[in-house]
Design a protein around this ligand. Structure first.
Ligand SMILES: *Cc1c(COP(=O)(O)O)cnc(C)c1O
Length: 358
């Protein structure tokens, strides 16, 4: 039998989530952010399910190449922008929009051969201090861009939030105000909102929203799952039990004797481990579903396997289904146990896991 470890991708859930986002931001166009291989769900797979998006956002030019090779002719935006002159002919050839976040990029555009103009999204730093032109320079940089014949006359303006997942923090209104003030007098469509801002900051919806996680049904708002916002998880990570063993009281389980059996008990072994992308450092007690019932993971997660406390499932047998996360066990809950966010877990699934579309 081939390894039973599969990541099931629910294409209907992706479409449902895009529709739910449109309902929340009815006046905005939607750039579906599908960087990092569609947050681990599969770049082309996600793009094909979401062809009704108004644009796709990617972080690597290679992703844009893959989308075009797959026959997808939607607008694509390179969110981190180009970083060397050789990228520019490729942007033109692939008809990809680029983000402009640094003066070094203006210098490269200034010496570019005449040809098809490149559409640019000018990114302003309104307080996150990662990528972006200082707000004080916005008007001057916009004017310099508009003066270049290689730049498409349709200039767009954007910024990115640092704390939009904190629905009561003052940081987001401050970023919105800084953006509005910096953009005054500059024409062009505006874009501010990532998923959390789509969900929690309607005043930031503007002309284009840029959801990533919400498309996959994942929330980064602490203590809340995608389902709490009417979203459906698009990934179900599943495997099977390949052993059910009776282990005696006082005996250790797994590497480093990470768990000692408090009584004679059934221990299940599931065919998944960190080699599949399941986080190694989750503690004993992290929930896993066996036969749709929660059981605690016990001991250390190993490369190919994990061990489970089956005391609540005396009838469990080899071959029984195991779910690591999905509609019945939110990835956000596993992520909390792993000290991270759901995005990192779905992005980390490795290549030996079989992807199945449903
Ligand atoms: C990744 C990214 C997004 C999407 O963020 P989510 O939290 O997944 O919605 C939006 N805009 C930019 C610039 C990004 O890099």
């Amino acid at each position: 039998m081939s390894r039973p470890t599969c990541s099931h991708i629910d294409l209907d859930a992706l479409r449902h989530n895009l529709a739910a986002i449109r309902l929340r931001a009815p006046a905005s166009r939607v750039m579906a952010v599908i960087k990092a291989d569609g947050y681990g769900h599969g770049l082309e797979r996600v793009a094909r399910a979401l062809t009704s998006a108004d644009a796709f956002g990617v972080a690597a030019l290679g992703d844009a190449q893959r989308l075009r090779a797959a026959g997808l002719n939607q607008r694509i935006v390179l969110l981190s922008g180009f970083d060397e002159p050789a990228d520019l002919p490729l942007l033109r050839q692939l008809a990809v929009d680029t983000v402009i976040h640094h003066p070094a990029q203006l210098a490269m555009l200034a010496v570019l051969d005449a040809g098809t103009p490149i559409r640019c999204w000018l990114k302003l730093d309104t307080g996150m201090h990662r990528l972006g032109i200082p707000v004080a320079d916005a008007a001057q940089v916009a004017a310099r861009l508009r003066a270049l014949t290689v730049v498409d006359p349709e200039l767009l303006l954007m910024t990115h939030f640092a704390r939009s997942d904190e629905f009561t923090a003052a940081a987001t209104p401050a970023q919105i105000a800084a953006f509005e003030s910096a953009c005054q007098g500059i024409s062009g469509a505006r874009s501010l909102a990532n998923s959390a801002a789509v969900l929690g900051w309607p005043s930031a919806h503007a002309d284009w929203v840029r959801p990533g996680g919400a498309l996959y049904g994942i929330s980064v708002v602490e203590g809340r799952t995608g389902a709490d916002f009417g979203l459906r998880p698009a990934m179900r990570l599943a495997t099977r039990l390949i052993a059910v063993n009776r282990v005696r009281r006082g005996e250790p389980v797994g590497y480093g004797a990470g768990f000692i059996c408090p009584e004679d008990m059934l221990v299940g072994v599931a065919a998944i481990g960190y080699g599949d992308g399941y986080p190694r450092h989750v503690p004993s007690g992290t929930p896993v579903l066996v036969n749709d019932q929660r059981v605690p993971l016990i001991g250390r997660v190993s490369m190919d396997l994990m061990t489970l406390d089956l005391r609540s499932q005396p009838a469990a047998r080899v071959g029984d289904p195991v779910q690591l996360w999905g509609p019945e066990l939110p990835v956000e809950e596993v992520a909390a146990a792993a000290g991270t966010i759901g995005y990192e877990l779905t992005c980390s699934i490795t290549r030996r896991v079989q992807f199945v579309e449903a």
